[in-house]
Design a protein around this ligand. Structure first.
Ligand code: ACM
Ligand code: ZN
Length: 525
């Protein structure tokens, strides 16, 4: 089916809110939002009338729910123009929206929304669960300017399909300001995404301040120019840069945490390291000179795996990253690391020999060397009480013992990792790479990274390949993620353009139970 014919412009959850309002009579809310809740039961009885006199209440003294209540008030004001007061439960009467904790609700991100004539109750066993109930409530509202809204009497019971619901933002190729990243986080919250994977370093730019290595940002955050178009031989001749201070990083982490979003930082290694090599050439196999990347693609120069100084550098960087980010998982990349330098480097070859790393019919000695590096890094990260994630190339030399695999070159890496009993996040480029074109009419589009990924293809993605994994193995698929690589996204506006409405389809992959998924119905919503 081609939804373009049926729904000329398939709008995202954000834009769907902009239904028109008639000034005369109340307008009705609708709980069939994106992502579609598990169970919506419309009840007999009068609707709840939401007006400027409605009060939002939370249990007295509950600071987490006080915070949630304030967020909800902001969301409702954004949609309706009504600025609802927020009060402790003991201080309020009349028509109420009540936030409350109910430990009987089993799923920790689940919620129950009960609407009667007198109250709207949003219950969850955790503040995060209540937050998702709030998201459904806010999306149920039409957008209008201070018109009373009738919310039908109903009970909505809901919880997510996957615990890991991710979206990656690449700030290495293009830098987005703290305000833009916060807006991106707002967009994640609206779509019930609970993890932002922040790709902070790449060949074309190092974007995170590291106190011990100031040149990473002094040198590594700036490229002297940028290639024009898709790796033509022309350059714009303009320096391009940007990075986040550690204070800014903390500010973004806190902003995300207030919205129940965990940020997983990525330091991509041992490949995609040109910006670090330009800053500290001694970290490479040849000693350079190196430059911060000005073209897109994969570079032959990578970190030298035979150099102890390089491994200390990685540990120092990760130590600062771990101090900043409270996330259980730290992404250490592992993708697209050519081995041509290692094959020729005396230090790398000496390490291969000293560690007894041998080629066999599945792995080259250099792939084994990458696995050796990843395993050492894993041990370090584990010693700090954290876990690592790597892209699926890390299967090639054998997996580090505890690593979670992010499968991007299709589903094959994820399937293999699940069979080896490793947690897997499915993120196949054919379904969830949002840097691909959204339409085949590419001449009407801003430049993108080729490909063709319409929203209906995103929607068709099923992260659990039930025909290839046993029931036991399927449990290792912890979730799904879409990736936003920013080579061709020069402005934040373009980030949103490429993300929406595909993120709406992603939301239903991550949250909604597969038996409830229906493309036609999704398109209407
Ligand atoms: C990737 O797309 N290189 C993970
Ligand atoms: Zn080397």
């Amino acid at each position: 089916m081609d939804i373009r014919i049926k729904v000329p412009v398939l709008l995202s959850a954000v834009v769907l809110l902009t239904a028109s309002c008639s000034p005369q009579k109340p307008i009705s809310g609708n709980y069939e939002v994106v992502p579609l809740p598990k169970q919506i039961a419309i009840k007999q009885g009068n609707p709840f009338l939401l007006t400027g006199k409605t009060t939002i209440v939370y249990p007295s003294g509950d600071s987490a729910l006080s915070h949630n209540a304030r967020l909800l008030s902001g969301y409702i004001e954004e949609a309706t123009g009504f600025r609802l007061p927020v009060k402790e439960e003991n201080d309020a009467s009349g028509k109420l929206i009540r936030l409350l904790t109910d430990k009987q609700i089993k799923e920790k991100e689940g919620y129950r929304l009960v609407v009667t004539e007198n109250a709207v109750e949003v219950a969850g066993s955790t503040p995060a669960g209540i937050f998702y109930g709030m998201q459904t409530l806010r999306k149920s509202l039409p957008v209008c300017d201070r018109i009373p809204i009738e919310l039908p009497a109903a009970t909505v019971n809901d919880h997510p399909r996957f615990a890991y619901r991710g979206m990656m933002l690449d700030v290495g190729r293009h830098f987005f300001t703290v305000d833009s990243v916060k807006r991106f986080i707002d967009m994640l919250a609206l779509h019930n995404v609970n993890t932002m994977h922040w790709h902070l370093t790449d060949d074309q730019g190092w974007r995170i301040e590291i106190k011990k290595y100031p040149r990473l940002t002094e040198v590594g955050s700036i490229r002297k120019e940028t290639v024009i178009g898709r790796n033509t031989n022309e350059y714009d001749g303009k320096p391009y840069g940007g990075f986040y201070t550690q204070d800014e990083i903390r500010d973004v982490i806190a902003y995300a945490a207030e919205r129940y979003i965990t940020i997983i930082p990525e330091i991509d290694l041992p490949g995609h390291m040109s910006a670090a090599l330009a800053s500290y050439p001694e970290l490479g196999c040849t000693g350079g000179p190196y430059e911060v990347g000005t073209r897109w693609g994969v570079k032959d120069d990578v970190l030298c795996a035979g150099n102890n100084q390089t491994l200390s550098f990685v540990e120092d960087v990760l130590a600062e990253v771990i101090d900043l980010f409270p996330s259980e998982y730290i992404h250490v990349g592992g993708d697209e690391c050519p081995k041509v330098r290692w094959e020729k480097c005396p230090k790398c070859q000496a390490r291969i020999k000293a560690e007894g790393l041998k080629a066999d019919n599945k792995h080259t000695a250099e792939n084994r060397l990458q696995s050796y590096v990843m395993t050492r890094i894993e041990r370090f990260v584990n010693s700090k009480g954290r876990q690592i994630i790597g892209w699926d190339e890390i299967l090639e030399g054998g997996l580090a013992p505890q690593v979670t695999v992010m499968s991007w070159r299709g589903m094959g890496g994820g399937i293999e990792a699940a069979r080896q009993k490793h947690p897997v996040i499915m993120s196949p480029n054919g379904f969830v790479y949002f840097d691909f074109y959204q339409t085949d009419r590419v001449e009407e589009e801003p430049l993108a990274n080729g490909g063709y990924l319409p929203v209906e293809k995103v929607y068709s993605f099923e992260p659990v390949p039930a025909d290839q994994l046993t029931a036991e193995e399927q449990k290792y698929i912890v979730g799904a993620q879409a990736n936003l690589w920013s080579e061709y996204m020069t402005t934040y506006k373009q980030v949103e353009y490429m993300t929406l409405p595909r993120m709406a389809a992603l939301a239903e992959i991550q949250w909604t139970m597969p038996e409830k998924k229906d493309l036609n119905n999704f398109a209407q919503r």
